[in-house]
Structure formats: structure tokens, C-alpha cells
Ligand binder design. Structure first.
Ligand SMILES: *Cc1c(COP(=O)(O)O)cnc(C)c1O
Length: 234
């Protein structure tokens, strides 16, 4: 399907150049920002076009959809990220499929991930999800909880806390999003020097299709982009 590939390739090039421009405005190198494509809106054939166009870091928000896509696309070298709420009873089936869980939103989930990872004999990179908008419908720890959570998960040897993830609120404009992203970065910068051993907090996953440029200006190292990659095919 040459048209599909051309459309997706054009979208990917546009997103990558916007990432590079935002990085430039912030005096950052574009290669310090990883683009993760969120494929929840599309089927496996469109994901194939995205991989063919050159993006292999992909994410799903629902574990069941991640399982289905990973199975349908098992022949491709995709690094999957789980970016939405992960129920504890879905950890066992999800962990073998993913390179990172970006949405650890409770200490009980962290403990379940650690348990399964120890059985699998692996160490799973994770991010702690922080509810930076304060919206009740959002998952994630309150910013004030994170220091205690880091202490609580410090002994979990099969889980590696790489950083923090946050989503801007649905209500609010770009400047509200910018303030929320700046809050996440400030939290990370404050906790980094006092982190327990083995926790580095180098990653800040923030920014989606509508707000990734301000997220990059505020320090994002991972941006999770869905709709902007699929314009013209949705
Ligand atoms: C859907 C989703 C995204 C991508 O959203 P777009 O606005 O389509 O770019 C990013 N992160 C999470 C957690 C999501 O659920």
C-alpha cells in the first residue's frame, strides 16, 4: 500500500522535524528526545507502515491491545511501551512483551512487576506516573507522594525506576500544560540528588500530539505521540 506508507512517512517526518525544532529552541540536541508512537487508534496494518517508515518504539495504553498487536506483529523488531493503566492481574502477560512500563501508578503494582520480573529473571525499566494536572480521572501518584514511593520501591531489585511520566490535563491551554510539565521536571530535579541507590530518574516522559513541543521545551526526554502520526488515515 504505497499511499499508506507515503502518508505515514510524511507524518513521521513532520513530527520528527517539529521535535528537532522544539529541541533547538530549548538549546537541546534532538537525539536526547525519544519519540514513542502510540498506536491505539490504528490496526496492525497501519502499524506495519509506521515501522516500515522507520519508527520501532511504540506504545499502547490498554494491555489487551498491546498483547493483540504484539502477537500480530511478532515478526517486527518493535520495542513496546505500556503507557496506560496496568492492572496487577495483567502484569504476567504484559512484561515479556514490553521494553518499558511507563505507567506505574501504585506501590502494589510496582511490587507485582518486581515479583513477575524476578520469576522471569529480568529487570524491567519503569517510570512512575505522576498526576500533574490534579484531575480526578487521571491515574498516577500525587507529586507529594513520589519521594516516599521512591523509598518504598528502592529494594525492588527486578524493577529499575528510570524516571517520571505525566500527562497534561484535558482542561486547560498550552500554558497550563507548560506549567504542569515544568512542575514534573522540577520534581525530578529536586529528587534526583536524593534518590535511593540504583534509581536514576534520567527520563521525563511528557508530551503528546497537542503539546509535545512545549514538553520538549520543558525537558521531556520521551514524547508519546499518537494522532499526529496518523493524520490522513484515521
Ligand atoms: C493516547 C495516549 C497518548 C497519545 O495521545 P495523542 O494525543 O493521540 O498523541 C500518549 N500517552 C498516553 C498515556 C495515551 O493514552
Amino acid at each position: 500500500m504505497p499511499d499508506l506508507l507515503r502518508t505515514i512517512g510524511g507524518n513521521l517526518a513532520r513530527v520528527r522535524s517539529s521535535i528537532a525544532e522544539a529541541a533547538g529552541r530549548a538549546g537541546r540536541r534532538a537525539d536526547t528526545i525519544k519519540l514513542v508512537g502510540v498506536t491505539k487508534y490504528v490496526g496492525p496494518e497501519v502499524v506495519r507502515a509506521l515501522v516500515a517508515a522507520g519508527l520501532a518504539d511504540l506504545a499502547e495504553s490498554r494491555p489487551q491491545q498491546l498483547w493483540d498487536k504484539a502477537a500480530a506483529l511478532a515478526d517486527l523488531p518493535i520495542c513496546w511501551h505500556q503507557v496506560g493503566h496496568l492492572q496487577r492481574n495483567k502484569v504476567r502477560r504484559t512484561l515479556p512483551l514490553v521494553a518499558m512500563v511507563e505507567s506505574v501508578d501504585s506501590v502494589r503494582l510496582a511490587a507485582a512487576i518486581d515479583q513477575v520480573a524476578s520469576e522471569l529473571g529480568c529487570r524491567v525499566p519503569v517510570l512512575l506516573e505522576v498526576n500533574i494536572s490534579g484531575e480526578a480521572a487521571k491515574h498516577g501518584f500525587a507529586p507529594s507522594e513520589i519521594e516516599g514511593v521512591l523509598a518504598a520501591v528502592a529494594e525492588l531489585r527486578h524493577m529499575e525506576v528510570r524516571g517520571l511520566m505525566g500527562m497534561a490535563g484535558l482542561a486547560g491551554d498550552l500554558e497550563d500544560a507548560r506549567r504542569q510539565f515544568a512542575t514534573l521536571r522540577a520534581l525530578r530535579d529536586r529528587l534526583r540528588p536524593v534518590c535511593p541507590n540504583g534509581i536514576t530518574l534520567e527520563e521525563l516522559s511528557m508530551g503528546m500530539s497537542d503539546d509535545f513541543e512545549v514538553a520538549i521545551e520543558e525537558g521531556a526526554t520521551l514524547v508519546r505521540i499518537g494522532s499526529a502520526l496518523f493524520e490522513g488515515v484515521l
